[in-house]
Design a protein around this ligand. Structure first.
Ligand SMILES: [Zn+2]
Length: 292
């Protein structure tokens, strides 16, 4: 049975060792998410790597709501946000200034690790509190950041490989399950070296064939793939909420300048327009306001 890697996440386990993993492919999900902004190619790939990692992380956790990664950079990349919800719906955005070299490292893009900050948030989206964790920016790559995060926060020894191009993202996660034995260690070492040694680990387009080629000495059982996709949760109501946060004074100054308020979603670039009357109605006395 063909299981294309294209826009899929496939979990797998080693039949004879306490090892598990997942393979991710982002194609349309990647292109659609980054296509609405003119990102420098290296920044688009950084977003792609982060999307791949977030998709693997979201797929490995039991949760409801959204996982959100925010990088507040001190370098050319001022802000990078990737969100993946429990159904593997992804959205991403970044703000940057100046040029970004095609071979820039993560640190060159994010700036001084002591002044930049990366936060991973689990938003249950049901009104209960957010869970936030700081991800140390000491790692040299997105993969090593997530490996470090999984080792420290989830207590799971993990290896992650990410490969983002202009058109697609591929990623592979390997994890040691709790209670691993010495025999499991041997399998772990063999599996990690196999991926490290592979010249092009993501060359094959079929998930089962790709896993069989990488782990030829082990029996690997793959589960039914899930489908990540690009999608935005923005809405007119959310834009109205954001304008309320901005405050009446700020909105009035926009109206004085432009006669109406136009807001572009920073993720999908969809445009929302409010007339002066609609914008002012947001700040009308409570009895006149529509509440729900
Ligand atoms: Zn949007």
């Amino acid at each position: 049975m063909d299981v294309p890697v294209t826009d899929s996440v496939t979990r797998f386990v080693f039949e004879r060792a306490a090892l598990r993993g997942a393979l991710v492919g982002l194609d349309a999900a990647y292109r659609d998410s980054i296509g609405c902004h003119a990102y420098p190619p290296r920044l688009a790939r950084l977003l792609g790597e982060t999307m791949g990692a977030m998709c693997l992380l979201a797929n490995s956790l039991k949760f409801q709501g959204s996982l959100i990664l925010q990088l507040h950079g001190a370098g050319p990349v001022r802000l990078l946000v990737v969100e993946c919800d429990a159904s593997l719906r992804l959205r991403a955005t970044a703000q940057w200034s100046g040029d970004i070299d095609d071979d820039a490292s993560l640190i060159e893009m994010a700036g001084d690790p002591r002044r930049s900050r990366m936060v991973l948030t689990l938003d249950p989206k049901d009104g209960s509190p957010l869970h936030q964790g700081i991800v140390s920016l000491e790692g040299a790559s997105v993969a090593s950041l997530f490996e470090h995060y999984l080792a420290t926060s989830e207590q799971i020894a993990s290896r992650l490989w990410l490969d983002a191009g202009d058109e697609r993202v591929r990623g592979l996660l390997l994890q040691r399950m709790p209670g691993a034995t010495e025999a499991d260690t041997a399998t772990w070492v063999r599996a990690v070296s196999a991926v490290d040694a592979a010249a092009a680990p993501f060359a094959l387009s079929d998930a089962h064939a790709l896993l069989a080629a990488l782990f030829r000495d082990d029996d690997v059982r793959a589960f039914r793939p899930r489908t990540p996709r690009s999608g935005c949760s923005c809405s007119r109501e959310r834009v109205a909420g954001a304008l309320k946060m901005l405050g009446s004074e700020e909105v009035e100054s926009i109206l004085a300048e432009q006669g109406a308020v136009g807001v572009n979603c920073e993720f999908c670039n969809r445009r929302y327009e409010l007339s002066a009357a609609e914008a002012r109605a947001l700040f009308a006395p409570p009895r006149a306001a529509v509440t729900h």
